[in-house]
Design a protein around this ligand. Sequence first.
Ligand SMILES: [Zn+2]
Ligand SMILES: [Zn+2]
Length: 515
Amino acid sequence: MKDPVLYTNACIWRDDSYDPGIRAVYCRDGLIESFFSENDVFPAQCQVIDLKGACLYPGFIDTHTHSFEGGLYSDGLDLSAFQSIPDILEAIRIKRRSIHAQGGNVLIAWGLDENLIREKRFPSLKELDEVCDDIPLLLRRIDGHSCVINSRLKIMMMHSGIKLLKQAVYRGNDNDVIGHWFHAQCNEETVIQAYSRAAEQAMKGGFTTVHSMIGDALNSITHYALIRDRLSQFPVEFILYPQSLNMDAAIEVGATRIGGCILADGSIGSKTAALSEPYLGTPENKGKLYHTNEFWSGFISRAHHTGLQAAIHCIGDRAISQINDIYLRLHQTDPKELRHQLIHCELTPDPLVERIAASSAVCVMQPAFDLHWGGEDGLYSRSLGEVRSRQMNRFKTLRSSGITVTGGSDWYVTELDVRFGLQGAICHHNPVERLNAGGAIDLYTRSAARLSHDESRLGRIALGYQADFTIMSSSIKDNDEKRSVGESACDFDSLQVLAVVKKGRIVYDRYARYR
Ligand SMILES: [Zn+2]
Ligand SMILES: [Zn+2]
């Protein structure tokens, strides 16, 4: 592609709405240089790309992914569509055979939601060994917060000196240790391939920038430096997080932030998210805070005083309070524009919303969670009851309280595809938490850019901004409070990502239309 480039005949999204006054964007040296209306004379000496009436949005930004795992797992076995243990075991048996044929040496299966299969449980050790006994097998739950493994993997870990609790399903620390050990078996080439696959997937899903968590969530930032030194070779921009409690290592590699899914609590699905009231049907279980207040206070204060943006996974109201109270105290005693993150931030009763607004934390949320787990019969209702299920993923309430909310997929947990995020926000099961199209787009553009302090470079179609665009087949429409989730005004099934432009150049072109 030659520079400069003129994208013409487009329906252009400018901050809050489509701007009928402009139809073309002129990009030079990777930046947006000027706009033209229908009747203007276009500049000569540039490459002209006719978008034929398609919609041009600022390049969407996914603010929370596990790109390495996602890239690695996209070559593994996706269990999300299976409905019974025998079906899952048969799929593992077949996958094992194909791995053998390709000379592979590990089997990763992921995406299992045991609540959605007939037996409502994980496969047992015995069952797994029957279909895969000669290569290590890791089977992760859809949220990544629990897993089961086969005997082969167990023995290999024991030989490395790692002792696991004796239990059928691993959660908490053991789950982290297993995941880390498994990932550490990958060599550099496999790691880089995983990021390349992640970049491909991101472009298909409409993203030009992707926040990526790197590390084991405990003490290692694993291949952070490896990817940092190769950022320019990927067609999308990765914004890296040393996902670790090891602050010295983060400072040493020159990171400006620390964390990611470093866990204040677990998940709703694993019943480990920390709640102020018990889970429905289990009066003794309020989930679990993984660390003490003193621990987090020391960790976050050090990050704050060092000038690092902190990012911490917190799902239940008790965990969100624990982290936000520390952000609030620091904001009151030593305010800085660090924009600390509450990742997921799912259960937020009204008083907590007020305290988040006061702490100036950013809520890094996953609209697609509502598509998966919202609704009357959904996981949230079944685990928390009706009242609390309405306090989940409160996009509208949080935004109306002046809080910056950003969108992320948590890929591999949900798909790396902006359409699901937009749909989750626009068609929320709880009509009062629905965003209009502008609000939903904002989660992935201006607010997302603000999260990484890139608001003067990314997230807008404006003069001088980086020429990052997502080109879509049709417009994104508001929904109506009265509609049910299934009958949205916007036809998300037919909405397509046609192309992605990074720094003025087309890097993804779904139908090879624009070359
Ligand atoms: Zn995550
Ligand atoms: Zn998380």
